[in-house]
Ligand binder design. Structure first.
Ligand code: GLU
Length: 420
């Protein structure tokens, strides 16, 4: 997915800017600022993969642990052509604060491989995953660093990761990754957890804004695991989903789309081009549609200083990580738009990852109902906590979420002390 204009800086610089706004409110000590704006460990790996035609290709991958003061490092693995060390650092930092916002006992990490997964065969993808898993395994472990799916990876990739790690150990270690298939120790409800969490926060935000979801209109960028789930849940609740998109463009119907039909079309055609029940719309135009709820649920750098003045939605729910730049964030906030920040909005995924990890440790599994009920409680409570903090400090929801997270990370340092 391309960006709709030039972003204002690198993703890491922008994430640090968001952090600094909240740190200023807290008058955070310079030492803690240094700690929290630096990544603790960074691993870059260059590794060969034999392609199906016999050629050898060398890929570059990363695993970055931003901070482990609150627990083992946790975060997804991204397979995407634009993956860079800078992005992975930013995404790792977001994970530290995300886990702190929802109070789950993890630090933050992220990984990725610069590649085009759609152009790899299944066997090539498996070889790439296994070799990458092997290269970064020096950092991994159920008590050390626990990957999960992210853009371009899924449960099957997690199964290969878990298997590779387990083969090196000589026994099965289900707790080393989350987002696994159910058959090999995954959790009920994990697949749709991120989208479901986004949906819960949208319902809370509608209450704040006095929007009746049954009469609301939503535009969703993304038809993947997150966007697809949010769109389905919104429609089930009576909301009209007027637009949906994939990386190569979207579809718009002011009367509302049949979400399941759109998702089936995407599954069959891997594109939305040619979808008959609506008109084609670009990803940039989708963002500016007349709707109540806008859900950027694809990739970073979508809401920028250039298009923020034209956003018509009253609620922006950040299903993606980093979809809004700091300048755009300030514009949206000034315009009274309620932005549910990524580190709160999409925290449902890592929350159910945590449930999966707990279930793996106990070798005792919960029902989907139980998982969803616990997820809903955590997301609702976290939203309310962030909202109260926003009111207390008279700041945006993003700043409030960072304030809570920073205080929790700082508390961990104060209690543990700085070694030696
Ligand atoms: N990749 C997801 C995220 O950005 C999930 C991470 C996890 O479950 O560890 O939050």
């Amino acid at each position: 997915m391309s960006t709709c204009a030039i972003p204002e800086g690198s993703l890491f610089d922008m994430t640090v800017q968001m952090f600094n706004r909240a740190a200023d409110c807290l008058h955070l000590d310079e030492g803690y600022r240094k700690i929290m704006t630096t990544c603790q460990r960074e691993l870059v790996v260059n590794f060969p993969v034999v392609m199906d035609d016999g050629r050898i290709e060398v890929f570059t991958g990363y695993r970055v642990q931003h901070n482990t003061s609150r627990g083992p490092a946790k975060g997804g693995i991204r397979f995407h052509p634009h993956v860079s060390l800078d992005d992975v650092r930013a995404l790792a930092m977001l994970m530290t604060f995300k886990c702190a916002v929802v109070k789950i006992p993890y630090g933050g990490a992220k990984g990725g491989v610069t590649c085009h997964p759609a152009s790899l065969s299944r066997r090539e993808l498996e070889r790439l995953t296994r070799r990458y898993a092997s290269e970064i395994s020096i950092l991994l472990g159920p008590e050390e660093d626990i990957p999960a799916p992210d853009v371009g990876t899924n449960a099957r990739v997690m199964a290969w990761l878990m298997d590779t790690y387990s083969m090196h150990r000589g026994y099965t270690v289900p707790g080393v990754v989350t987002g696994k298939p159910l058959e090999v120790g995954g959790s009920a409800g994990r697949e749709e957890a991120t989208g479901r969490g986004v949906f819960v926060t949208i319902l809370e935000a509608c209450r704040v804004k006095g929007i009746d979801i049954k009469n609301a209109r939503a535009a969703v960028q993304g038809t993947g695991n997150v966007g697809g789930t949010v769109a389905r849940l919104l429609q089930q609740e009576g909301c009209r989903v007027v637009a949906l998109s994939k990386s190569d463009g979207g579809v718009y119907n002011p009367h509302g789309l049949d979400v399941n039909d759109v998702l089936t079309y995407v599954q069959q055609n891997r594109t939305l081009q040619g979808y008959p029940q609506g008109e084609a719309i670009s990803n940039c135009d989708l963002l500016e549609l007349d709707c109540n709820i806008l859900v950027p649920a694809a990739i970073e750098n979508q809401l920028l200083a250039g298009n923020a003045p034209r956003i018509k939605a009253q609620i922006v729910a950040e299903g993606a990580n980093g979809p809004t730049t700091p300048e755009a964030d300030a514009i949206l906030t000034d315009r009274g738009i309620l932005v549910i920040p990524d580190i709160l909005c999409n925290a449902g995924g890592v929350t159910v990852s945590y449930f999966e990890w707990v279930q793996s440790r106990d070798a005792y599994f919960w029902t989907e109902r139980e998982v969803n009920a616990r997820l809903k409680r955590i997301m609702t409570d976290s939203f309310q906590e962030v909202l109260h903090t926003a009111q207390k400090y008279n700041v945006s929801m993003r700043q409030a979420a960072y304030i809570l997270a920073i205080e929790r990370v700082r508390a961990a340092y104060e209690l543990r002390g700085i070694y030696p």
